[in-house]
Design a protein around this ligand. Sequence first.
Ligand SMILES: O=P(O)(O)O[C@H]1O[C@H](CO)[C@@H](O)[C@H]1O
Ligand SMILES: O=c1cc[nH]c(=O)[nH]1
Length: 293
Amino acid sequence: MEEDVLYHLDLGTKTHNLPAMFGDVKFVCVGGSPNRMRAFAQFMHKELGLAGDGEDLADICAGTDRYAMYRAGPVLSISHGMGIPSISIMLHELIKLLHHAKCRDVTIIRIGTSGGLGVEAGSVVITDMAVDSSFKPRFEQVVLDDVVVRSTELDRDLAEELLTCSKEIPDLPTLIGHTMCTYDFYEGQGRLDGALCSFSSEKKLDYLKRAYNAGVRNIEMESTAFAALCRLCGLRAAVVCVVLLDRLEGDQIRAPREVLREFQHRPQRLIAAFIRKRLGLRPPAGNTLCPTE
Ligand SMILES: O=P(O)(O)O[C@H]1O[C@H](CO)[C@@H](O)[C@H]1O
Ligand SMILES: O=c1cc[nH]c(=O)[nH]1
């Protein structure tokens, strides 16, 4: 194309010098909430010892309110909203952005929240395989009037590297497991607390236990599309989500906001340690404070 307009990011090849803006990006972190991704960029700013306090980082996508994007040195932090359609649109434009910017050797990580299966709240799950609601490692994308099935395998070495990293961080219970990706938070994740209750408590527990027996340790809403797109486009990708509750014990997320905020910060601490290690940097002194989101 003579010109490529990245509509939902409010960026483009004619309006922006993408190689100058993004050419040296090495790590891309994505997550649902714009505030979380701003807090993560501010946290990374401090962790990388960059100049200034990082409090006034500008939203690179400020011209649109679809997604928010921040930069801290070689780290790009972007929100993707909730669910597969939202993350897919963002990823298409992000991957084209990385291509136009001539980025090389980029690692992309989703840092999110999830419901656990037989896993204690606050634990961090590193995904080895993203599976669909039938526990299969596949993502079905409708293309024209065909259903195209794509593999959702993630980079195993990267997952192991992250697990090794987690072992050096105090109070960060971390495990590797399958992540189930659904199209909905309520019925789609076997919840009985939505506006509709179309199945019994016994059926719900039977389903969740079958998921557990198939190796699923957490449930969220973007991992299959994320894994499939990144894999097809040759990006090394990982999914790292904190567990907010154990779904074998209930449906409602009742932990106080303060506790949830600290939980949300856990994948960020792990990824910060991983990035610092990759860059050969030591942690800055007194850096363990939880940022505002
Ligand atoms: O914490 P984030 O990244 O938003 O991800 C999880 O939280 C949302 C549901 O509350 C879904 O998008 C799910 O995947
Ligand atoms: O139970 C949960 C919690 C967070 N995100 C989800 O998708 N499910």
